[in-house]
Design a protein around this ligand. Structure first.
Ligand code: G1P
Length: 287
């Protein structure tokens, strides 16, 4: 199946992380030494995607510069070690992968951001990754989703069980019982109150869409938060096409919140044996 294109909406204002995000997108914030967007890109490349489409803000160019970085290896006083290090940095994106950067002139919402990719995607199905949802998994979440993907007319949205009290932070699905990890979605609501949440399955930022989603994104008007909401287009798509909810294996960190971002940093630091021992003593002392 021809799913080679993946869209990364990275044009949000990042208002929860101000002032850190005044000049850089929140997706450039690092977990240890790697920006969130790089984890997302690596997950997509591992899953076999080879056309990366970034929807960036008008003023924040750091993502373009991060991936287009080409070190000057001819500087005369570079030691071989430094040369090796710089060429390693250069290899963030292998040569067979193409990158496109599209500017979203106004931050009108996630749905509007994805619509900016319409021309670049053309007529194919495609994936969307929200880099502030960091997923730590043995096999990447996108790859897991591709393994469950059925055909060009269907779509898959990744979901996880959440506390109902948290429903105001998520798109929440209503679904028929399916297999253990795959359910058929029958309805979806953006950020409902806990009383109005149709289930405890919250949408996490990994999607595979049939191409029809673009024409629906063009149709919808502003929704929750005065933004063009992806969820509203998904709801329309449900009227004609099957959409599945996939409960991925892995741990998701909501790095769109400060607490989630801190937890991700701690957890990734503990994966590194160099830091783990000292860190555990340090945290014990703190608490
Ligand atoms: C967006 C979507 C929401 C989804 C969430 C996952 O919300 O609108 O449906 O559940 O991402 O992270 P945001 O977090 O951008 O407010």
């Amino acid at each position: 199946m021809n799913i080679k294109k993946v869209v990364f909406p990275v044009a949000g204002l990042g208002s929860r992380f101000l002032p850190a995000t005044k000049a850089i997108p929140k997706e450039m914030l690092p977990i240890i030494d790697k920006p969130l967007i790089q984890y997302a890109v690596e997950e997509a490349i591992d899953a076999g995607f080879d056309e990366l489409i970034f929807i960036t803000g008008d003023t924040k160019r750091a993502i373009t510069e991060h991936f287009d970085f080409k070190p000057d290896l001819n500087i005369s006083n570079l030691t071989q070690d430094k040369k090796n290090f710089l060429s390693e940095m250069h290899r963030i994106i292998p040569d067979h992968i193409s990158c496109k950067y599209i500017i979203q002139k106004e931050p009108l919402g996630l749905g509007h951001a994805i619509l900016q990719a319409k021309e670049a995607v053309g007529g194919d199905p495609f994936a969307v990754v929200l880099a502030d949802d960091l997923i730590d998994a043995k096999q990447g979440a996108l790859k897991q989703m591709l393994d469950h993907y059925k055909d060009e007319d269907s779509s898959i949205v990744s979901v996880q069980k959440i506390q109902k009290s948290e429903s105001v932070n998520y798109g929440i699905i209503e679904c028929n019982k399916g297999s253990e990890s795959l359910v058929k979605i029958t309805n979806i609501v953006e950020k409902p109150t806990p009383e109005n949440a149709p289930s405890n399955f919250g949408v996490v930022g990994r999607y595979i869409f049939c191409n029809k989603i673009f024409s629906l994104l063009e149709k919808i008007s502003v929704g929750v938060g005065n933004e063009i909401q992806l969820t509203d287009a998904i709801k329309l798509l449900l009227e004609t096409n099957p959409i599945f909810g996939y409960e991925f294996n892995g741990t998701r960190y909501d790095c769109g919140t400060k607490l989630g971002f801190i937890k991700a940093n701690i957890s990734y630091a503990f994966k590194n044996t160099e830091y783990a021992k000292e860190l555990s003593g340090f945290i014990k002392n703190l608490s």
